[in-house]
Ligand binder design. Structure first.
Ligand SMILES: Cc1ncc(COP(=O)(O)O)c(C=O)c1O
Length: 457
């Protein structure tokens, strides 16, 4: 870990493949995606991790034994951790709490120290992730604050690597590039390069709905930011070095459209991208279909979708977030996270062992399971039932679920009121929704909270 030249894998950063989108309607246009997900750290941010560290070493801001500090939505942290840890530096990262757990686990596994901070506060708030990072950089001796939002090595990395790669890979024939803005390093670096070699090239902005960047680029008006679930792009301010002068078109894309397009890309083209890839693809397709003459358009798969398996590619999470459409009944069945009719109920049979019940609960991260015999609900088993069964003798894990389950279950019909549901939840852990047609599913307090949150404007 003390070799400052770093391992050979660092030479694999950049030179990512460009692949043509072939299974979507692109109107008269040809659309290519640059697979930044193929970088060794899994995202476009490997490029700036390498560039910012190299620049800081060159100008003496980063010395052997030093600490790299950064505010990051995850990917820049992974790029910095990849390069920084390989070169023997301590890496301290401040990450907002909306970021996927895969990213945080990955950062920690690479040896970075991760500070989680609030994602519901904006610039200027003491808990804002960039302000927290700036504070830590002042407190830690020999710290180098990478500061991707103000570090000129960030846009320069794209001007000197991403842009010339696109130029060469398209045989100097490209009309538009669709990008998102996080720090604006990509947009600004590409804009600077293409202004020199292809001034007519249109930069097209793909911005999450709720971010202020698209509206600002269209009208110069700085609106009030909303919230969005897509990670890595969209801002509640205009980044300091954002060069919007080449932006010809800007699209605001909803989370629903973004996530849906990321999932479609995997199914149609076999490309596993992150949530922002969906935003970029949705905007790129809109742009392509709006053209009246053939254009060659490039966009990005900015990071790998393996980072979002628990979110974008998890039907349960998507449903909880209201991002996946499913049949609506207008009654309590709409609150059931795992409906029986969708085959999503996690259950046990009365003859299963308590160990099976326990392991199934742990795997699905639930505290209780319906006990089903075929389609028939015969009981419910929760953590305390299992504990009661095994606490004196662990070999009792081999006993049957039937020996420990609760048989006397109160059920609610789908047509019952929210007040009745609340009363049921007050008296126990879970409400069981069933009627003459059979068992429909369970509603937990968490499900009710999810339902109430979804009803927020
Ligand atoms: C996940 C992700 N991170 C970062 C970026 C680009 O960010 P920046 O503006 O910081 O160069 C993108 C662009 O689409 C992205 O999808």
């Amino acid at each position: 870990m003390s070799n400052h030249s770093g391992p050979a894998v660092l030479a694999l950063i950049g030179n990512t493949p460009l692949v043509q989108v072939s299974r979507f309607d692109t109107g008269p246009c040809t659309l290519f995606l640059k697979l930044e997900s193929q970088n060794p750290g899994g995202s476009i941010k490997d490029r700036i991790g390498l560039a910012m560290i190299d620049a800081a070493e060159r100008d003496g801001r980063l010395k052997p034994g030093g600490t790299i500090v950064e505010a990051t939505a995850g990917n820049t942290g992974l790029g910095l951790a990849l390069v920084g840890r390989a070169k023997g530096y301590r890496v301290v990262l401040v990450v907002p709490d909306k970021m996927s757990s895969e990213k945080v686990l990955h950062l920690k596994a690479m040896g970075a120290e991760v500070h989680i901070t609030r994602s519901d506060v904006g610039k200027g708030h003491p808990a804002y992730y960039q302000d927290v990072a700036a504070r830590l950089a002042q407190e830690i001796p020999e710290a180098f604050f990478a500061d991707q939002f103000n570090n000129p090595a960030n846009p320069l990395a794209h001007e000197c690597s991403t842009a010339p790669e696109i130029w060469a890979q398209t045989q100097h024939d490209v009309d538009a590039i669709v990008v998102g803005v996080g720090s604006a390093g990509t947009l600004t670096g590409l804009s600077r390069f293409f202004r020199r070699v292809q001034p007519a090239l249109a930069m097209v902005l793909a911005d999450p709905l709720g971010s202020v960047v698209a509206e600002y680029s269209r009208s110069g008006t700085l609106g009030t930011a909303g919230s969005w679930a897509v990670e890595g792009i969209g801002e509640d301010f205009i980044p300091s070095f954002a060069d919007l002068s080449s932006v010809r078109q800007a699209y605001s894309i909803s989370d629903e459209e973004s996530f849906d397009h990321a999932r479609q890309l995997l199914r149609a083209e076999g490309i596993l991208g992150g949530s922002s890839t969906g935003t970029l693809l949705a905007a790129a397709l809109r742009y392509c279909r709006e053209q009246t003459t053939p254009k060659r358009v490039v966009s990005f798969v900015c990071d790998t979708g393996t980072r979002y398996l628990s979110k974008v590619y998890n039907d349960q999470w998507m449903t909880d977030q209201g991002l996946l459409a499913r049949k609506r009944y207008g009654d309590l069945r709409d609150l059931i996270a795992r409906r029986f009719e969708d085959g999503r109920v996690i259950s046990v049979g009365p003859d299963d062992t308590l160990l099976t019940a326990f392991q199934r609960m742990r795997l699905a991260d639930v505290s209780q399971l319906p006990v089903l015999k075929g389609k028939q609900l015969v009981g419910v088993i929760d953590e305390s039932d299992i504990l009661l069964g095994v606490h004196q003798d662990a070999t009792h894990f081999s006993l049957s679920v039937a020996s420990a389950m609760t048989r006397q279950v109160e059920t609610l019909a789908p047509g019952a009121s929210l007040a009745q549901l609340q009363a049921e939840l007050d008296s126990g852990l879970v409400a069981i929704i069933a009627d003459a047609a059979g068992f429909h599913g369970l509603i937990t307090r968490f499900d009710l909270l999810n339902h109430l949150r979804r009803s927020l404007p």
